[in-house]
Design a protein around this ligand. Structure first.
Ligand SMILES: NC(=O)C1=CN([C@@H]2O[C@H](COP(=O)(O)OP(=O)(O)OC[C@H]3O[C@@H](n4cnc5c(N)ncnc54)[C@H](OP(=O)(O)O)[C@@H]3O)[C@@H](O)[C@H]2O)C=CC1
Ligand SMILES: O=CC(=O)O
Length: 346
C-alpha cells in the first residue's frame, strides 16, 4: 500500500522566531493556558492546538534520549525516566524528572511512554521483555518508539503493545545530538494516527517537523533509507578528503569548496574540519550507522533492490568497527580507508 504522508512543520509558528529557551517558555505558557481551558481532557488534539496533558515516560537516556527527555522537562512536562545504566538518569532527576525502576513501572505510571534504544534487540527487550513496558500498559495509554529499528521489529513491538489495549506509534528521528539538544529533530512516524495527534505537542517540543507515513513499518523504512544515503555520503566524503590530500591539496579547502556548491551539506561542514584533524567526537556512534546500513541492506533485499554503493560502504563501517572505532562518531569511517591504503602499501 502506498504510504499516505503528511507533514507538519512547525516553522510557521510565531514562537519559532524566538531562541530555543524563549520558545520553550512560550510553549510552557501555552501548555498552562491549555490546562486551564481543558481541565476535563487527559490529552490534547495535537494539530488542534491543545497542548498535551498527562504524564510522560522516557526509556533510554543515551546520546539522543537524554536531551529529548530534558527538553520535555524544560517545556514543563511531567516526565518519568528509566535507563538500564541508572546513573544516566541523575542529570534528568536534577531537572525535575521522576524515576521508576523498570520500563513496566514507567509505562504503568505514565499516559504516554517514549523509548529511545540502541537497536532492534534492545528496543524489543525494553518493550516486550521481562519487566518491559508492555507489562505496564493498558487501554488509554500510548507507547512511542523513537529508536531506529527495522520494520519487522517495529511491527513485533507494535503487536505486543496493542495486545495490552494501548496504542502504538513508531517515530524514529532524523537529526543527531545537536538537533536533539536544540529541539530540532525530524520525526518519521507511522502507526496509530490518534496517538500521533495526541503526542504532536510533545513531538513539537523535541523536533522541528513531523511526518505521518501510515502503517507501522513505513517510519522505520523511511529512516533506514535516509540513513543509508547518509552513510554512503560520509564514505564518499572521506574518500574525497583523503584523495585531495594525496594529490597535494589542502583538505580544508575541499571542505570550503564543497560548502559553497550544489553538494553542500551541513554534515560535511560540521564534521569535515575535525575529520581533517583525525578527531571524531561522538554525535552519531559508528556502530549505529553500521546497524542502519545492515538493516537497509536487508530492507533492499526484501524487495530485490540492488544497492551496491551501500553494500560497499557497509564493509568499510564493519572494518572501522574491527579497528575499535564502534563508539566513535561515524565520521571515523575515514580511518578504515586510511588503514586500507596503508595495508595496500605493504
Ligand atoms: N546519535 C544520533 O545521532 C542518532 C541516533 N539515532 C538512533 O537513536 C537510537 C539511540 O541512539 P543514541 O542515543 O545515539 O545511542 P546510545 O548508544 O547513546 O544510547 C543507547 C541507549 O540504549 C540503551 N540500551 C542499549 N542496549 C540496551 C539493552 N539491552 N537494554 C536496555 N537498554 C539498552 C542504552 O542504555 P545504557 O545507557 O545502559 O547503555 C542507552 O540508553 C539508535 O537506534 C540510533 O540509531 C537516531 C538519530 C540520530
Ligand atoms: O541517525 C542519525 C542521524 O543523524 O539522523
Amino acid at each position: 500500500m502506498a504510504a499516505a504522508a503528511f507533514l507538519c512543520a512547525r516553522a510557521a509558528a510565531p514562537a519559532l522566531l524566538l531562541p530555543p529557551s524563549r520558545r520553550l517558555h512560550c510553549r510552557l505558557l501555552a501548555s498552562r493556558a491549555a490546562a486551564a481551558a481543558a481541565l476535563s481532557s487527559s490529552s490534547g488534539e495535537g494539530d488542534g492546538g491543545v497542548e498535551f496533558q498527562g504524564k510522560v515516560g522516557f526509556l533510554g537516556l543515551g546520546i539522543m534520549g537524554a536531551p529529548m527527555a530534558s527538553n520535555l522537562i524544560k517545556a514543563g512536562c511531567d516526565v518519568t525516566v528509566w535507563n538500564r545504566t541508572k546513573s544516566k538518569c541523575d542529570p534528568l532527576l536534577s531537572l525535575g524528572a521522576k524515576y521508576e525502576p523498570s520500563p513496566a513501572e514507567v509505562a504503568s505510571s505514565c499516559d504516554v511512554t517514549f523509548a529511545m534504544l540502541a537497536d532492534p534487540q534492545s528496543a524489543a527487550e525494553v518493550a516486550c521483555g521481562a519487566d518491559g513496558a508492555a507489562e505496564g500498559l493498558a487501554p488509554g495509554k500510548g507507547y512511542v518508539d523513537v529508536s531506529t529499528v527495522d520494520g519487522a521489529t517495529s511491527k513485533l513491538i507494535g503487536e505486543r503493545i496493542t495486545s495490552t489495549g494501548a496504542s502504538f506509534l513508531e517515530a524514529p528521528v532524523s537529526g543527531s545530538k545537536k538537533p536533539a539538544e536544540d529541539g530540532l529533530l525530524i520525526f518519521l512516524t507511522a502507526g496509530d494516527e490518534s496517538l500521533y495527534k495526541r503526542v504532536a505537542p510533545l513531538l513539537d517540543v523535541m523536533g522541528k517537523s513531523r511526518f505521518y507515513l501510515g502503517d507501522v513499518g513505513n517510519g522505520a523504512a523511511m529512516k533506514l533509507v535516509v540513513n543509508m544515503v547518509m552513510g554512503s555520503m560520509m564514505v564518499s566524503f572521506s574518500e574525497g578528503l583523503l584523495l585531495s590530500e594525496k594529490v597535494g591539496l589542502d583538505p580544508n579547502t575541499l571542505v570550503e569548496v564543497i560548502s559553497q556548491g550544489a553538494i553542500s551539506a551541513p554534515m560535511f561542514s560540521l564534521k569535515g574540519p575535525s575529520m581533517v584533524k583525525a578527531a571524531y567526537p561522538t554525535a552519531f556512534p559508528l556502530k549505529h550507522q553500521q546497524k542502519d546500513l545492515r538493516l537497509a541492506l536487508a530492507l533492499a533485499e526484501s524487495v530485490s533492490q540492488s544497492i551496491p554503493t551501500v553494500a560497499a560502504a557497509n564493509e568499510l563501517y564493519k572494518a572501522a568497527k574491527s579497528l575499535g572505532l564502534a563508539d566513535h562518531d561515524f565520521s571515523a569511517v575515514i580511518e578504515a580507508l586510511k588503514a586500507k591504503a596503508h595495508s595496500s602499501l605493504q
